[in-house]
Ligand binder design. Sequence first.
Ligand SMILES: Cc1ncc(COP(=O)(O)O)c(C=O)c1O
Length: 347
Amino acid sequence: MTTTRQNVAELIGNTDLLKVQSLSNLTGCDIYVKCEFQNPGGSIKDRAALQMVKDAMESGDLKPGMTIVEGTAGNTGIGLALVAKALGFKMLTVMPSGQTPEKERMIALHGSELHLVDPCPFADDNHFYHTARRIAEQNDNYWWANQFENTSNMRAHYLHTGPEIWQQTDGKIDAIVSVCGTAGTIGGTSKYLKQQDSNIKCWLVDPDGSGIYHYLKQGTYQSSGSSFTEGIGIMRTVANFREANIDKAINLPDQDLVTVSRAVRDADGLVLGSSSALNLAGALMVAAKSGKGKTIVTFACDLGERSYSKLYNADFLKQKDIDENKESIETLFERYKASDDKAIVNV
Ligand SMILES: Cc1ncc(COP(=O)(O)O)c(C=O)c1O
């Protein structure tokens, strides 16, 4: 049945849950992805954008005629830009340079002003986060969304994404698996789902170059290596993360997400973005460690067209010393089954 909507923001949410047949057949588990690329801005961040704007309108912090400003790796900027248009606001996106040009283009296409800053550590005052904050502090007419500390972000997933998953699986779910950027997704869904059934396990998948895995293991933020993924990984504890109810954490390298991205592209017709492929690599690990018969849900946060110039660019991968033919998905699964359990952090 189709439904009539009044504006593009109303298209956000209610995404399908898709069984990934190839990985389900391989593992003997039911592995599902929540199709967040179905949101009108093409990513899971549309949900956070809409909830943050709605809550700020309701509280009176965001008033008609104001400009929304946000620091973002890109997808939140796209989401906020389309919500801003739909609800009558202007939008200024502050983004570090070096993210894929695909996202910069979409932000501009959605009518947002785009302010690029040089990438730098969080402690530097020129970091995109501080730049967005400063712009709002210096202009009464700007409202800063602040997706990291604004818990309307996780509320989007607590109020909607989590309940959708619960309903779509009829409550038969053993594990959720998620990467973490602002922690809105893992915060809201883990909180909701574990309130319904405390036996559901929540697994966090961290890329190289991020400090969350080490933080959950040893209490301090340290990272090793680097990752070409965007929008995920962090080196500090933010408000949305404090809401998360995490059981296990793993760290996986970019090589594995590349292997998984090719496998589901070729077998399932799913051309995923980098964080989504990492989510599925995480789901494969969960299946390897949990045994057959489990229902595992993760997120297709965006599609490959947003990662095209990195994840699907042979020259780029070569520079990173990543081989898309390094191993088959079957070999990866066997390797995960044989991998040391001590590498899994019990939170
Ligand atoms: C493609 C993609 N995947 C995952 C995430 C992480 O989601 P969250 O911020 O809810 O942790 C982001 C965040 O920007 C993203 O852009």
